[in-house]
Design a protein around this ligand. Structure first.
Ligand code: 0RA
Length: 642
């Protein structure tokens, strides 16, 4: 045994311990053991090749899915270094890259300026999670080969197996995902193709081919290569849309250790989420600093331009970001040394310095672009102004629709015991004071035509309340909702749900107060309802007395006096009925609700003309005159009854 072999074995043990950790907790390295994790292995290998491309050393990546379950990724980069590694004296650099966690491409001094951020766990992870890995490296004019089995155990050490064809350089990695660790080992063509296309867009000029050699799959070979890079990406996204102009705009900004590229075009559509962003080739679905920088600068630049050109006057409202972004398709791609991925799905870029680069680039370069493209610029501004108008109009419409649905929408308040009939002409709404009276009324009613709405306590003092506060009052909201025709200026008599709105209140002082409040409300907010005679006051009897075995109800003093004249021998007591609660539901039906026997008082316009003064006096701010009014009229309950 040579000394090299001995120390290799020593290195081998520590190396395997590292990979063992990956096999124990694969989720920590590739997210999951499901399809997402499986495809993650491919991204890992392809990212390495793309890194080579970004460093300017690779033009083509060929991916092949083999019949035996292998995925082969072949690139024409520099090839993984084959020399002995400076830290692991007995291992070649290639062996280290495949077996040491995070060795990736970053070792050896000037590795990569910018490297695949999210996936950068290293190709050794792929090795750890594969039952077999074969690597071919063309470098220094020679072809090298090594292979691993069972999650990273080196089976064949790196050896030269011949000349590199035509002196080419490059790396081929073939791996068989380990079915004892992964739930899924079957690659999905579509998943791979979509991502490769995206990668090709983001890496201008890089050719990525996907070949399916599996006999049970029928996929044509696909090849993605875009000389225009993200400009072509924009054309692709806009392909099914009508573009506002042919030109695709392009902006670029470079700083010491970060760079940004932006491509954009507007289409005639109304979509305002056509902004897509990437950081180091990772789709930043949650946005982040690069998007922020672009959005704010875009809004500022467009407003400045529109004002300068007189398309927007000084007194006009500024265009909002969403107005400008309507119909915009834009790709932002940034590359930076230490991307910070944040957010729920780690797809939000957190680097503040990137915001300022993107903002500055957009501010300067977009302003230039607009100057150089006056006809395009004019169209963009015009479209934004149209979007602004549409937005304001939609806002107004929404606002009133929301108000309508909050106050008279389809959903009726729970408190309302609606009638079965949907014909307003035969429908009646009884507004009943108190829950218990509401219960009796519900039992007493004809459910086909009579709806019951119990109103609790004293509703808002409408006269003094400002309308916004008034509308917050739940009793008032319920009322508006039940009647279903809006309120105030929007009140629409055509939409009332009941042709009779009947106030059913106790015959006492509290009852008249509530009745007055309700009438005030109708008078102020639904005047047309009163004017056209839809509002009534139910008149529960004031007295009852027993005649023989029957209870007789007497509506008021007038009727009582007449009764006493007609029945001089009647010696029974007269009961003064104070509240609706004193009647059971049969009594309530017979005396107050039954259309044949009840007596309703229709509220008339003339009453209201007088009432207007009354209401103002009773409800107004003037406490002194209110007191006086109540004192002088307290004896005359009928006056308050109207
Ligand atoms: C380490 C250093 C260098 C390249 C690579 C790794 C490399 C890794 C992979 C994985 C798949 N394809 C790859 N191609 C290259 C830099 C080599 C140099 O400086 O010459």
């Amino acid at each position: 045994m040579t000394s090299t072999e001995t120390s290799y074995e020593a290195a081998d043990i520590t190396v395997l311990e590292g990979l063992e950790a990956v096999r124990k907790r694969p989720g920590m390295y590739i997210g999951s053991t499901g399809p997402t994790g499986l495809h993650h292995l491919v991204w890992e290998v392809v990212d390495n090749a793309v890194d080579e491309a970004m460093a300017g050393h690779c033009t083509t990546v060929d991916v092949t899915l083999h019949e035996d379950g292998a995925c082969e990724v072949s690139d024409d980069g520099r090839g993984i270094p084959v020399e002995l590694h400076h830290q692991y004296e007995d291992l070649t650099a290639a062996e280290v890259v495949l077996t040491v966690l995070h060795a990736g491409g970053k070792f050896g001094g000037d590795g990569y300026k910018v490297s695949g951020g999210l996936h950068g766990v290293g190709i050794s992870v792929v090795n750890a999670l594969s039952s077999r890995v074969e690597v071919e490296i063309d470098r220094n004019g020679r072809r090298h080969y090594m292979d691993f089995v069972d999650g990273g155990r080196l089976e064949t050490r790196l050896t030269e197996i011949g000349d590199a064809p035509d002196g080419r350089t490059g790396t081929t990695v073939r791996f068989w995902p380990d079915g004892s660790i992964l739930d899924e080992t079957r690659f999905r063509f579509q998943t791979l193709a979509e991502r490769f296309q995206m990668m090709a867009f983001l890496n201008r000029g890089l050719r990525i081919c996907l070949n399916d050699g599996r006999s049970d799959e029928r996929h044509e070979k696909v090849e993605f290569c875009y000389e225009g890079g993200i400009r072509d990406f924009v054309v692709h996204v806009n392909a099914s849309k009508e573009s506002l102009f042919n030109e695709v705009g392009y902006l670029e900004g470079i700083e010491d250790d970060q760079e940004v590229e932006i491509a954009f075009q507007w289409n005639t559509g109304f979509n305002s989420d056509g902004l897509h962003s990437f950081a180091n080739g990772i789709n930043t679905l949650e946005g982040g600093m690069h998007e922020e920088g672009f959005r704010s600068a875009l809004t500022a630049v467009m407003n400045r331009y529109a004002k300068k050109r007189g398309m927007l006057r000084d007194q006009d409202d500024n265009l909002q970001g969403e107005d400008i972004r309507e119909g915009l398709t834009a790709i932002i791609s940034v590359r930076l040394v230490e991307p910070q991925f944040e957010g729920q799905t780690k797809s939000k870029l957190g680097n503040v310095e990137t915001r300022s680069l993107v903002q500055r680039t957009t501010n300067d370069r977009l302003a230039d672009w607009l100057e150089e493209h006056p006809s395009e610029a004019k169209r963009i501004v015009q479209k934004s102004i149209n979007a602004q108008r549409a937005r304001v109009a939609a806002q107004d419409a929404r606002r009133s629709a929301r108000r309508k649905s909050a106050l008279d929408g389809a959903g009726m308040p729970d408190k309302l015991k609606d009638c079965a009939s949907k014909d307003p002409r035969e429908s009646e709404l009884f507004i009943v004071e108190g829950d218990s009276a509401g219960g009796s009324a519900t039992q007493a009613r004809d459910p086909h035509t009579m709806a019951i709405l119990p109103i609790r306590g004293k509703i808002l003092n409408v006269e003094r309340a400002r309308s916004d506060r008034m509308l917050k009052n739940t009793e008032v909201q319920t009322l508006i909702q039940a009647i279903g025709a809006g309120f105030g200026e929007d009140f629409d008599l055509e939409r009332i749900r009941y042709h009779k709105v009947i106030l059913l209140c106790d015959a006492d002082v509290d009852g008249s107060h509530i009745r007055t409040l309700l009438l005030t409300f109708f008078f102020r907010q639904m005047r047309a309802l009163v004017e056209s005679g839809h509002v009534y006051i139910a008149q529960p009897p004031l007295y009852s007395t027993i005649v023989g075995r029957e209870k007789v109800y007497l509506k008021d003093d007038h009727v009582k006096n007449a009764f006493m004249e007609d029945n001089p021998s009647h010696k029974k007591e007269f009961q003064r009925l104070k509240g609706l609660g004193e009647m059971d539901f049969d009594e309530l039906r017979e005396t107050t609700m039954d259309p044949v026997r009840r007596s309703l008082l229709q509220v008339s316009v003339e009453m209201l003309a007088i009432a207007d003064e009354v209401f103002s006096t009773l409800m107004g701010e003037d406490v002194e005159s209110r007191k006086r009014f109540i004192q002088t009229n307290a004896h005359d309950v009928r006056f308050l009854d109207i």
